[in-house]
Design a protein around this ligand. Structure first.
Ligand SMILES: [Zn+2]
Length: 154
């Protein structure tokens, strides 16, 4: 399945079967509590827990990264007017050398995907479609949390 979602610094479209190889169970298992960090061009690292035994499992997922620098607002009426273009992924190995690149990658944090959208057919999307989907999910999420708060106070 293809998933579009938001990390703190960028938007990512990735491909996942929601399973990973668990060393302890010695096989493919379902996963939960997935978190991600960008790894390199067209690849994201996923860290998750095995549904069966709870072990940490890591997988590389095919991914395309999009920049959200062109728009920082949250007004859904403006969604169609902003583009999230495909991101030029900087090769840290080339830029800083392997040792430094490894140190930076190790220190990078994992984050859960936010503003998730499962209704995508391809990882390669038009900048306008990416921004529309993400901004739509954000406003849907804030509407849901408003409802929850209202429900709780009754
Ligand atoms: Zn397991």
């Amino acid at each position: 399945m293809k998933v579009l979602g938001e990390l703190p610094s960028l938007v990512v479209a990735l491909e996942t079967d929601f399973k990973a190889h668990c060393l302890k169970c010695k096989g493919k298992r379902g996963i939960r509590k997935e978190v991600y960090k960008p790894y390199r061009d067209k690849q994201v690292i996923e860290k998750a827990k095995c549904i069966q035994c709870g072990s940490v499992v890591r997988s590389f997922r095919k991914a395309v990264f999009y920049s959200k620098n062109s728009y920082r607002g949250r007004d859904p009426r403006l969604a169609g007017k902003f583009d999230y273009p495909k991101m030029e992924f900087v090769d840290l190995n080339k830029l800083l050398g392997k040792e430094m690149a490894r140190r930076i990658n190790r220190n990078a944090r994992y984050h859960p995907l936010k503003s998730v959208n499962l209704a995508i057919n391809t990882l390669d999307m038009a900048p306008r479609d990416v921004s529309s989907l993400i901004i739509l999910s954000r406003s849907r999420r804030s509407a849901e949390s408003r409802l929850k708060i209202r429900g709780a106070t009754k």
